[in-house]
Design a protein around this ligand. Structure first.
Ligand SMILES: C[S@@+](CC[C@H](N)C(=O)[O-])C[C@H]1O[C@@H](n2cnc3c(N)ncnc32)[C@H](O)[C@@H]1O
Length: 221
C-alpha cells in the first residue's frame, strides 16, 4: 500500500495535517536527542522525514532509516541527495531488525507502530537493539476528546479520506488511516505495552489537542 502512494505521501502528509506533521517530528526528535549525538535508528522511516530531522538537529550523529516499502525508500534516497544529508536507508521490518543487540543510542518510529503486524515483537526488538541507557521515541496518532475531538473526527473519518483518494487515486490507503487509528490502543494502554516490552519509564505528551502523542520510553537498566 505504501509503495502505491509513495509519490503522493509527503504532499498529502503536509496537506492533510496543515503542516503539523513537521512540527510533531521536530518535537519528537528533540526528545530523542536529549542525550546528545550518537547512533540512531528510524524504523518505518518511509520517505525519511524523521531520519532527516535527526541529521538536521544533530549533524554528527549516524542515522539509519529502515522500511519494508522499497518505493518509499527510493523517495527517501532521492531526498537525501537533494538535501545533501547522509542517511543510510535499508529495507527491513520492525519485527526482525537486522542489527546486533545494543547497537543504537536511540530508536524512533513515527506513525509506523500502528502499521506493524506484530507490535509486541517490534517493541521487544526496539528494546533489544537499544543500548542500556537508550531512548525510544514513538509518534502516533490518537483520538482527541471533547468538542474539538468531535469536529476533528468528522474531518479525520470523512473529509481526509476523500482528499487522500482524490489526490493519490488510492481509496484504500486513506480509509485505512482512520480505521487503523481507531484500532490502536489508548495512550495509557500503549504505555503498559511498552513497559511489558522492557522499558522502565514512559513519558506521554499529547501534541495538538491529542491528535498525536509522543511516547518517550527508557530502556530498563
Ligand atoms: C505512515 S508511514 C510513516 C513514515 C514516516 N515515519 C513518517 O513519519 O512519515 C508508515 C510506514 O510504515 C512502514 N511499515 C509497514 N509495516 C512495517 C513493518 N512491519 N516494519 C517497519 N515498517 C513498516 C510502511 O512501509 C510505511 O512507510
Amino acid at each position: 500500500m505504501f509503495d502505491r502512494i509513495s509519490r503522493w505521501y509527503d504532499l498529502l502528509n503536509h496537506l492533510l495535517s496543515a503542516g503539523q506533521d513537521m512540527v510533531w517530528r521536530r518535537r519528537g526528535v528533540k526528545r530523542l536527542l536529549r542525550m546528545g549525538r550518537g547512533v540512531f535508528l528510524d524504523v518505518a522511516t518511509g520517505t525519511g522525514d524523521v531520519a532527516f530531522e535527526i541529521k538536521r538537529q544533530s549533524p554528527q550523529s549516524l542515522v539509519v532509516g529502515l522500511d519494508p516499502a522499497e518505493k518509499m525508500l527510493e523517495v527517501a534516497r532521492k531526498k537525501a541527495l537533494r538535501k545533501g544529508l547522509s542517511v543510510l536507508f535499508v529495507r527491513g521490518e520492525g519485527e526482525r531488525l537486522p542489527f546486533k543487540d545494543g547497537a543504537f543510542d536511540g530508536v524512533a518510529i513515527a506513525f509506523g507502530i500502528r502499521n506493524v503486524e506484530d507490535r509486541r515483537a517490534t517493541l521487544s526488538e526496539f528494546a533489544r537493539v537499544l543500548k542500556r541507557d537508550g531512548v525510544l521515541v514513538i509518534l502516533e496518532f490518537s483520538k482527541p476528546e471533547g468538542l474539538a475531538g468531535k469536529v476533528y473526527n468528522l474531518y479525520f473519518h470523512h473529509i481526509l479520506p476523500l482528499i487522500g483518494w482524490v489526490v493519490s487515486g488510492d481509496r484504500e490507503a486513506y480509509t485505512y488511516l482512520p480505521r487503523s487509528v481507531e484500532e490502536f490502543p489508548a495512550p495509557e494502554q500503549f504505555a503498559r505495552e511498552l513497559m511489558e516490552a522492557g522499558f522502565s519509564r514512559v513519558l506521554m505528551e499529547p501534541y495538538t489537542m491529542g491528535i498525536c502523542y509522543c511516547y518517550t520510553a527508557f530502556k530498563e537498566v
